[in-house]
Design a protein around this ligand. Sequence first.
Ligand code: UD1
Ligand code: MG
Length: 455
Amino acid sequence: MSHETALCLLAAGKGTRMRSDLPKVLHEVAGLSMLGHTLRSGDGCAPSRIVIVTGHQSERVAETARALAPDAVCVEQSPQLGTGHAVKMAAPALGGFEGDVFVLYGDTPLIRAETLDAMLAARRGGSDVVVLGFDAMEPGGYGRLILDDAGGLDRIVEAKDASADELAVTLCNSGVMCVPGPLLFGLLERVTNDNANGEYYLTDIVGLARSDGLACAVVRCDEAETLGVNSRVDLAAAEAAWQARARRAAMEEGVTMAAPDTVFLSHDTAIGQDATVGPHCVFGPGVTVESGATIRAFSHLEGCTVATGAVIGPYARLRPGAEIGEDVRIGNFVEVKAARFGKGAKANHLAYIGDAEVGAGANIGAGTITCNYDGVLKHRTEIGAGAFIGSNSALVAPVSVGDGAMVGAGSTISRNVEAGALGIARARQENRPNFAARLREKLLEIKARRTGGTR
Ligand code: UD1
Ligand code: MG
């Protein structure tokens, strides 16, 4: 008996109801394809082999699969003759595999790793075939799990083939199964397509196993977990369910959220304990927020890190490559891209800092822009520790402002400013006494002449 596990992921379906050029399993929930979510659910069982059954837009699905799981083997199922036929396609790739095979659907992204653990425990506790079931609010087209008197699983009946009595059963098949490889493929050899759909049903292996005197069991999960995506409406429902779960998990891990329903997380968002996230914040993929940092309302973050004690927003935008150091302040309407802020640096209002290095304790005034792009190439800006950049300055990269240097407000800096120096690059101011009063007189006379009226 091998204690290894393998995943067999079914992803051949076209997903007609998605009305999309993109294969269904490549649509994303929380910034990760549904295929990726399924692989992640399966990850918990530490599979030693992964087989993905593709069909519709096979190459495109395989390409994503390879990026997500380089060791996965993709096999093409063409034509698609049913779920049993699909799993059979995986047999050669799982040749000689003696352990337990999990069959998962690529369009069911919410299955928890804990649920698969429970199935594995049931499998190793003596059941030969373990099926994941759920009590459906609306059993509709789901396969029905028919139990025997002892509470074991007797067979699975597809809705189209079910009698009225069987249709009244609300315990339904999620599609997820756990079966030892040799048994699974042995039983599949005997499955026929003698049913209402003319398909080879994977579900038929339960009845066959029972007729061989084998034990079949049901592990139950919440219906929300087995939500399958067939349309964009389902996709939005899966997203909502995923978000609700992730927000709850973040709060349970010690993140404060005043309005969790308005916060959107990604599949890989990492937020430390005692961090605070205000209302209406959006986290794209690749964000790490350390413990004790504060993300204020209406901030948008992706591909960035925020260190402890930093305060971001309200209304801040951190784009990929933003590395925000300890105790840094990034205020309202500040956009940061591919830039590192050293400890305690500040950009409190209305700035764009891209392709830059900002030293510890530097202060960037309102309206500062790093002019990082010349229309063809990107260039870097370096701002030294403790430097002060006056408001409304344009730093034309490549350029550097040394440690402790200052830039006068309104400057367009195109040459390096050395450490400790003041760089100022704006037209000198000239005041002309009484000029405004005289000019106003003149203008009023012109207006009177034009309108023919009096002043
Ligand atoms: C299947 C189950 C049903 C269960 C339901 C849960 C069978 C016979 N029925 O029905 O008991 O309640 O899922 O959602 O298994 N696929 C392939 N190749 C094929 C056919 C399907 O890869 O030839 C893939 C699909 O892409 C999909 C999954 O298998 O990811 C399920 O197929 P689907 O046609 O949706 O099965 P259901 O009729 O929903
Ligand atoms: Mg289905």
